[in-house]
Design a protein around this ligand. Structure first.
Ligand code: HSE
Length: 300
């Protein structure tokens, strides 16, 4: 495609398309830190326009998401432009959404990462002629999301450890062992992260924090080298049980699967369940979907 930059707007004139993966955060013990990119995707195209902003949505969220400047991809794109010292453009946006909304699969993070990546793609450079690098995009995306554990795997792909330094979020991607086999159990009901976070206590017992630290560290070893340790590694004491009132059937399914020896956790803030299992089990009230570990955002 011919690439040209408008002298008026400073943005490229051609459409830019990005593909962003679903993500599962926490992975049991790694609350607000660990995350995994999964093979469900949204594809979003943006083109700068001199007319009004227009949003077309196909697939997930087509009936519920806003189609004006309040759409999360547009607000994230604008936030990133401001953070990068650029003006905020009007855009024609076309979303083809494959990630279920409000189920703990990182649909908001996918929209945020799509928005900041589109901003970088439309700007084509940071003003000094360099493309905007992932570390900068991660900081901007995590600022918008409030915690980095979904935006990190959405940007970098695979299995990520994310943390927050005084100057913002950082993350590393680690290789995943071949026989890691994610299955998502997707309920029809939705859940709001704000409700699930409101259910958490301000403090947890020291003994539970120590329990989770050992399991989160073990999760790094289990996912990268020895999946046979995933059942022990994915045990959690600092968030899932506090959320039982908000998502009772989710917590019940996690317990049933774990009693059966299947490493299962609440996916992100729920209400989906993430299991690591070679088989798919029929479960009343949930659709079981076999997924694989995915790469991060890609520019198409
Ligand atoms: N770590 C987050 C939580 C993930 O559990 O609330 C959901 O955004």
């Amino acid at each position: 495609m011919t690439s040209s930059v408008s002298r008026v707007t400073g943005f490229v004139t051609h459409p830019v398309t990005v593909r962003v993966p679903a993500t599962s955060a926490n992975l049991g013990a790694g609350f607000d830190s660990l995350g995994l990119a999964l093979s469900l995707h949204d594809e979003v195209t943006a083109q700068v326009t001199f007319e009004d902003t227009e949003v077309i949505i196909e697939g997930q969220g087509a009936d519920t998401l806003p189609t004006d400047e309040s759409h999360l991809v547009v607000t994230s794109l604008h936030h990133a432009c401001r953070a990068l010292g650029a003006p905020t453009p009007r855009v024609k946006l076309h979303c083809r959404n494959g990630i279920p909304q409000a189920r703990g699969l990182g649909s908001s993070s996918a929209a945020i990462v799509a928005g900041v990546s589109l901003a970088a793609g439309l700007l084509a450079s940071d003003g000094d002629g360099n493309t905007v690098d992932d570390a900068v995009l991660l900081r901007i995306a995590a600022e918008l999301e409030g915690h980095p554990d979904n935006v990190a795997p959405c940007l970098l792909g695979g299995f990520t450890i994310a943390w927050t330094d005084p100057d913002g979020a950082r993350a590393v991607r680690l290789p995943v062992a071949d026989d890691v086999s994610p299955v998502i159990y997707l309920p029809s009901g939705r859940g709001l992260t704000t409700h699930a976070r409101a259910a958490l206590p301000g403090r947890v017992p020291h003994v539970d924090a120590a329990f989770n630290i050992s399991r989160a560290a073990l999760t790094v070893h289990a996912l990268t080298s020895d999946p046979s340790l995933l059942l022990a590694a994915t045990a959690d004491r600092i968030h899932q049980r506090y959320r039982a009132d908000v998502m009772p059937s989710t917590i019940e399914l996690v317990e049933v699967l774990r009693q059966d020896g299947v490493p299962a956790v609440v996916s992100g803030a729920g209400p989906s369940v993430l299991a690591f299992d070679q088989v798919i089990r029929p479960v009343d009230g949930f659709e079981a979907i076999r997924l694989s570990v995915a790469d991060g955002v890609t520019r198409l």
